[in-house]
Design a protein around this ligand. Structure first.
Ligand code: PLP
Length: 390
């Protein structure tokens, strides 16, 4: 409810962190209770260990240890430094359409204009902001995602240079694109053949698509994985999990990691309450969360069909994307840029807001466990109304 008395069904949910909706009581209670003992210790404390243990029980990575930080951007910086530190190689590989934070080292080729993106077989490294350090582009290899040959070619063109590959295992930042069958296994094989590490950026998918994130959902385990948004009910926590053999050089200081606010009492309390809530609820939590999202996707498809609209949904239940296209499936950023009508989506989102439904500017829907069947019904009814007039 806004101050003006307007009420909205919110699918932005802080761009993902609010896995349980806004201000869940069990998180607030835990934070209130823990923070009475102090806010920051700059030393390990019991709750931190409990969060690490809970998280490691949920995620498939075996023989793993963790590090905490305060945002997805920070933790992705750390993993890139770690991949370089471990392998002694200078470059890392990222994919077009994938987002790993706003820092100079990663803010490249997320959604590059097609006239700057270059040939798909060897994409340009396109900066996404003015003011970035131009030198950082030299250590990035950009590749098309979901294309095994493109990845093989990128490694062949940079022999012994690529420390690791980072990717969103489900491409939530571009149309919620799923990996093609066999693609993840192929990426894992290619990394291993070339002595490079594989990192899944699970900042969106972690603790959202399944307790074990995309690793569990897709059945492929990387060497390293980063988490943030959904792990602390809206509080700013991030986590790197990785095979202990790699993580060891962080522990012994060979690779430096700092941050005054890492694993402070409030955020660890929030992470503990969130992960405990999920662990206690068991599989039911995800069956309901994904189920309600799938229900909403079906309702939106039906509304689109009746209105003969180009509205298109794709993704998994707990996180999916709305776009306007006549294609049955969007498979890459270039495909989105060529075939999706973003202006039409912006008009749709604006009209939905007037009907009391709050949608993100990039089309991504975040389901929360606070959404009800009634919210889904109201959203679908609003879509029927809006699509008829759009
Ligand atoms: C996949 C992914 N990685 C990293 C980030 C950066 O996280 P943060 O906004 O917490 O810095 C985001 C943020 O949207 C993200 O979606």
């Amino acid at each position: 409810m806004g101050r003006d008395g307007n009420e909205y069904i919110d699918y932005i949910q802080g761009m993902g962190p609010n896995l349980f909706g806004h201000a869940p009581e069990f998180v607030t209670r835990q934070v209130e209770q823990d923070m009475r003992k102090g806010y920051i210790f700059a030393a390990q404390f019991e709750r931190e260990l409990e969060v690490a243990e809970l998280a490691l029980e949920m995620i498939p990575l075996e023989d793993a240890t963790v590090r905490f930080a305060s945002s997805g951007t920070e933790i992705d910086q750390l993993v890139i430094r770690l991949m370089r530190g471990y392998t002694g190689r200078p470059k890392y590989l990222k994919f077009e359409g994938h987002y790993h934070g706003w820092m100079d080292s990663v803010n490249y080729s997320i959604h590059p204009p097609l006239d700057q993106a270059g040939d798909a077989s060897s994409p340009n490294v396109v900066g996404e902001s003015a003011g970035m350090d131009a030198g950082t582009a030299e250590s990035i290899v950009v590749c098309e995602w979901n294309d095994v040959e493109a990845l093989e070619r990128a490694f062949a063109q940079n022999p012994g240079q690529i420390a690791g590959v980072i990717m969103e295992p489900i491409l939530a930042n571009t149309n919620c694109i799923m990996p093609l069958p066999g693609y993840m296994e192929a990426v894992k094989r290619i990394c291993s053949e070339n002595g490079a590490l594989l990192c899944f950026d699970e900042v969106i998918t972690g603790f959202r698509v399944a307790a074990g994130g995309a690793q569990e959902y897709l059945g492929v385990t990387p060497d390293l994985a980063t988490y943030a948004k959904s792990m602390a009910g809206g509080f700013p926590v991030a986590m790197l999990a990785g095979r202990s053999e790699i993580m060891e050089i962080l522990g012994n200081g060979t690779v430096y990691h700092g941050g005054s606010f890492n694993s402070n009492v409030m955020t660890m309390a929030a992470a503990y309450a969130s992960l405990k809530h999920i662990a206690d609820a068991g599989q039911k939590f995800y069956t309901e969360l994904n189920g309600r999202g799938l229900h909403l996707m079906d309702g939106l498809r039906e509304a689109a069909g009746q209105a003969e609209s180009k509205l298109h949904v794709q993704g998994v239940g707990s996180v999916f994307s709305i776009s306007f296209t006549t294609k049955p499936e969007i498979v890459s950023w270039r495909d989105h840029a060529r075939n999706c009508d973003d202006a039409m989506y912006a008009r749709f989102a604006r009209a939905m807001l007037e009907q009391g439904v709050r949608l993100s500017s990039n089309g991504r829907i975040h389901m929360s466990s606070a959404h009800t069947d009634e919210d889904v019904q109201q959203t679908v009814a609003a879509a029927h109304k809006v699509l008829r007039t759009l």
